[in-house]
Design a protein. Structure first.
Length: 349
């Protein structure tokens, strides 16, 4: 009796929600009943496997080409009273279930319930700030070097994807929840940007992200210098940024137009700041030769950062040697392909 009761409750649940199993079972039963009734009515031309399936589907979809039809009065009654009502109803049920499944799948994407654990080499953006974040996404997508695998947004308190045609979305209950970042494939990301509503949430997000030990380049934005220093003390490789408004204002007052120059350096509409890593197998490079090599490609070399140091060196003297693995910074209208740089001819020796 216990087994029968469980089976009854299981079947009742399937019938109540009209599951795919119920639709499939009803379709098989109706097709079987149709074949038996047509056989009883003597409609032999409709009983062949290919003819029967073709006739059943054209009837169910209400297309009705007319090339196959019952020839006897009994056959016509069977089709009119049993085949057509049942087949059309089942066909409509299949369409409704398919539409509902597609809508549910789209809705899960829209509200951030999906998982993107198979992604690799993408950008994970943590936090959303309206227009500011829209601009950030546009800048990232404008550079083909950083948008090759797409962007996954992880946001707390956001009801649905703000840019469904451009980014993927993971809804987070808390920035401190490590499990939410697994759905964004944080382990396979190439870049991570942390910019939450306030420093406390950004700090929680950084520690949660770093718990996954990502190989990605992590950039975190903080208002407070103390919080940025705290992150650097635990994770020296996390690049912490802070607002530069006061610095820009002071420089604009002291040197007219300098704020416009700084804006152009970071914009995507004109000469933009880029970076280029020195190959690990290259010889130490001479700064004077590097400046000339960049000029030959219509670019302005502005400095470098040694892999062992967090502070960049700007406008180095010509005799300075730059070690392999260092990162070069330059201004250009477009990113320079590393293969176009004659590394061997720039060696210090």
């Amino acid at each position: 009796m216990i087994v029968i009761g469980k089976f009854y409750r299981l079947m009742r649940g399937h019938l109540r929600r009209i599951s795919w199993g119920v639709v499939a079972a009803a379709l098989v039963l109706h097709m079987t009943g149709t074949w038996l009734l047509l056989s009883w009515a003597g409609e032999d031309k409709l009983l062949g496997w290919d003819a029967f399936v073709y006739y059943y589907m054209t009837t169910a979809s209400t297309i009705g080409y007319g090339d196959l039809s019952p020839g006897s009065a009994a056959g016509r009654y069977v089709v009119a009273l049993f085949v057509m009502p049942g087949a059309v109803a089942l066909f409509a049920s299949v369409l409704a279930k398919t539409s509902a499944s597609l809508l549910h799948f789209w809705k899960r994407h829209q509200v951030g319930k999906m998982s993107y654990e198979d992604m690799q080499g993408h950008t994970v953006l943590i936090g959303w700030h309206g227009r500011e974040s829209v601009r950030l996404v546009q800048l990232l997508l404008a550079d083909t070097h950083t948008d090759d695998e797409g962007i996954v947004l992880v946001a707390e308190g956001l009801a649905e994807n703000p840019l469904p045609d451009q980014i993927r979305f993971v809804s987070a209950a808390s920035y401190a929840d490590c499990g939410e970042y697994a759905r964004a494939a944080i382990g396979g990301a190439a870049r991570v940007i942390v910019h939450a509503d306030n420093d406390d949430r950004s700090l929680a997000a950084v520690f949660a992200v770093m718990a996954h030990r990502p190989a990605a380049h992590v950039v975190a934005h903080f208002e407070s210098a103390a919080v940025a220093d705290l992150v650097r003390s635990h994770y020296p490789h996390v690049e912490c940024t802070r607002p530069l408004h006061v610095d820009v204002i002071a420089r604009a007052v002291q040197d007219a137009g300098s704020s416009l120059v700084a804006g152009e350096w970071l914009s995507s509409g004109g000469p933009t700041q880029f970076s280029l890593p020195v190959p690990a197998d290259a010889q130490p490079l001479l700064a004077g030769k590097l400046a000339g090599a960049f000029r030959s490609q219509s670019a302005l070399w502005i400095g470098f950062r040694d892999g062992r140091s967090a502070a960049p060196v700007l406008n180095p003297a010509d005799h300075v040697e730059i070690a392999p693995g260092s990162v070069l910074y330059y201004l250009a209208n477009a990113r320079i392909d590393s293969r176009r740089v004659p590394w061997a001819s720039l060696a210090a020796t």
